[in-house]
Design a protein around this ligand. Structure first.
Ligand code: NAD
Length: 244
């Protein structure tokens, strides 16, 4: 038996990268899983794809209601949808700040708000947020992205405190640079993709990128009933970067 037998999970941004790896991992261990995404496309069996934009409250509410109906409830929410932004405080205009914070921060709030009434009915409710080492590492040219992930880490602690008495656990993972379609797109745009990849690898003490599956396993642990005494916890999955 899998540790997610009988449990239902919603993964935002579940059609690609870390979200897809997480959805597949939870399903392999027995969960019923719905992936909320801008473009769910053709997902592998048995994943259920639901179209929703976390920056649009109406689609979030409809998407969570549809997921709860099709899954027969929601026990686990993985707030993983996120977008990147490159630049300093001087180079990103206000509308770019609003756009990215609206997805990475307010998006998480919207989805959580819609899902909490369902989680309250679960015997093993858990929320796991995909944060980033950018929340604390001081990476160059990532002011806006870092601010958004700093907010996600702070929200994780605040939500954990707000919901601990009703038994809802809230944790986050902080991945280092993970090998996902997002990072591959960034590399494709680099002047010298091979040199950029080498630089990303050497930045992490393990000398390689984190795999999407390694992040998925960390998310799955925090989401599982095995982590029943763990809330407000940040789990780094960053090849040792946080220790530097
Ligand atoms: P990805 O681009 O491969 O996948 C992200 C998914 O989110 C896509 O399917 C996309 O359609 C979806 N999405 C984007 N905006 C959305 C919206 N408004 N509403 C609904 N869905 C939306 O990216 P990834 O690398 O797997 O990243 C996933 C999460 O991991 C993000 O929150 C990212 O910040 C975080 N993260 C990634 C890395 C990395 O190196 N890849 C490192 C640290 C943290």
């Amino acid at each position: 038996r899998g540790e997610f037998d009988g449990l239902a999970a919603v993964v935002t941004g579940g059609a690609s990268g870390i979200g897809l790896a997480t959805a597949l991992h939870l399903a392999e261990r027995g969960a019923r899983v719905a992936c909320l995404d801008l473009r769910p496309g053709e997902l592998p069996e048995p994943l259920i794809g639901i179209t929703a934009d976390v920056s649009d409250d109406a689609t979030v509410r409809a998407g969570i209601a549809a997921a709860a109906e099709r899954l027969g409830g929601i026990d686990i929410l993985v707030n993983n949808a996120g977008i990147g932004a490159i630049g300093t405080v001087e180079s990103n205009p206000d509308d770019e700040w609003h756009r990215v914070l609206d997805v990475n921060v307010v998006g998480l709030v919207r989805v959580s708000r819609a899902a909490l009434p369902h989680l309250r009915r679960s015997a093993h409710p858990a929320i796991v947020n995909t944060c980033s080492i950018a929340a604390h590492a001081g990476l160059p040219d990532r002011a806006l992205y870092s601010a958004s992930k700093g907010a996600v880490q702070a929200l994780t602690a605040a939500m954990a405190a707000d919901h601990v008495r009703e038994g809802i656990r809230v944790c986050c993972v902080n991945p280092g640079t993970a090998d996902t379609p997002w990072v591959r797109r960034l590399l494709d745009q680099a002047a010298d993709p091979a040199a950029e990849l080498a630089a990303l690898k050497t930045r992490q003490p393990t000398g390689r990128l984190v795999s999407a599956e390694e992040v998925a396993h960390a998310i799955a642990y925090l989401a599982s009933p095995l982590a029943g005494a763990t809330t407000g916890t940040v789990l780094s999955v960053d090849g040792g970067m946080h220790g530097l």
